[in-house]
Ligand binder design. Structure first.
Ligand SMILES: Cc1cc2nc3c(=O)[nH]c(=O)nc-3n(C[C@H](O)[C@H](O)[C@H](O)COP(=O)(O)O)c2cc1C
Length: 208
C-alpha cells in the first residue's frame, strides 16, 4: 500500500471481527516497530504478546472494572454550559470498550521500554518514552498496511504497576500502552474527527 494511503487509512478501532490473524503479520508489524528511530542506539525495548482469553482477562482485570463502572448515559447527559465536544463523544464511545477492545482483539501487543520511571524535568529526559512512541506509531502504520487495525489503552495511574507486576515485567522497564490488534469490525460507529487547517498551524520563522 502506498505510504499516504496507509496514513489516511489508519484509525483506532475498538471493535474487531472474530477472525484470527496470521502471526507472520504480527512479526512483520513488530519488525516495522523495530525500524523506528531510537534515542540511544540500543533499541532495548521488548514486546509481550497476549493471545488467549485467560491471558487477557488476567492482565486487564483493572481495565474491565473501569469499563464496567462507566455509565455512558450519565456521562452524555451531564449538564454542560457548552455543546458536547468531539473529544467527549469519543470518550463516551471509548470508555465502555476499554476491556473488550483488548479482549476481542486476536493479539495484544504490550511494548515495554527500559526506564525505571518517567522523568519529565526536560523534554530530552523523556527520550526513552518518546522513542517507544515512535515504535508504537510504526506498529499502527504497519498494521494498517497489513489490512489490520489497532486499539490502544494507556494504563491509568496504578493500573501501570498492577499490570507490570502481573506480567512480571522487570523493575527497570515501563509499559507505555496496551495495543489490541485484529481485523476492524466495519460496523463500528465511526466518530467525527477534528482536522486542523494546516495553513493555520504553520508559522514561518517564528510564532508571530
Ligand atoms: C497518547 C494517546 C493516548 C490514548 N489513550 C487512549 C485510551 O486510553 N483508550 C482509548 O480507547 N483510546 C486512546 N487513544 C486513542 C484516541 O482516542 C484516538 O487516537 C483519537 O480519538 C483519534 O482517533 P484515530 O486514532 O482513529 O485517528 C489514545 C491516543 C493517544 C495518541
Amino acid at each position: 500500500m502506498e505510504f499516504y494511503d496507509v496514513v489516511n487509512k489508519r484509525r483506532t478501532s475498538r471493535e474487531f471481527l472474530d477472525k484470527d490473524v496470521d502471526f507472520d503479520k504480527i512479526k512483520r508489524i513488530l519488525e516495522a516497530g523495530n525500524k523506528a528511530p531510537t534515542w540511544n542506539h540500543n533499541r532495548n525495548w521488548s514486546y509481550i504478546i497476549l493471545k488467549t482469553d485467560e491471558e487477557k482477562e488476567y492482565a486487564f482485570e483493572h481495565a474491565k472494572k473501569i469499563a464496567d463502572r462507566f455509565d455512558v448515559e450519565k456521562y452524555l447527559n451531564v449538564p454542560r454550559p457548552y455543546p458536547i465536544t468531539l473529544g467527549q463523544l469519543m470518550y463516551a464511545h471509548a470508555m465502555p470498550r476499554q476491556f473488550t477492545m483488548l479482549k476481542d482483539a486476536p493479539y495484544v501487543i504490550i511494548p515495554v521500554f527500559k526506564s525505571k520511571e518517567l522523568n519529565g524535568d526536560s523534554v530530552s529526559k523523556l527520550n526513552p518514552f518518546s522513542t517507544i512512541w515512535c515504535v508504537i506509531e510504526n506498529i499502527f502504520l504497519a498494521a494498517a498496511a497489513e489490512g489490520l487495525s489497532c486499539s490502544m489503552r494507556i494504563p491509568l495511574n496504578e493500573e501501570h504497576d498492577i499490570v507490570k507486576e502481573k506480567l512480571k515485567v522487570p523493575p527497570t522497564y515501563m509499559i507505555p500502552v496496551f495495543i489490541g490488534i485484529g481485523y476492524a469490525d466495519p460496523n463500528e460507529k465511526e466518530l467525527e474527527q477534528c482536522f486542523p487547517d494546516i495553513d493555520k498551524q504553520i508559522h514561518f520563522g517564528r510564532w508571530k
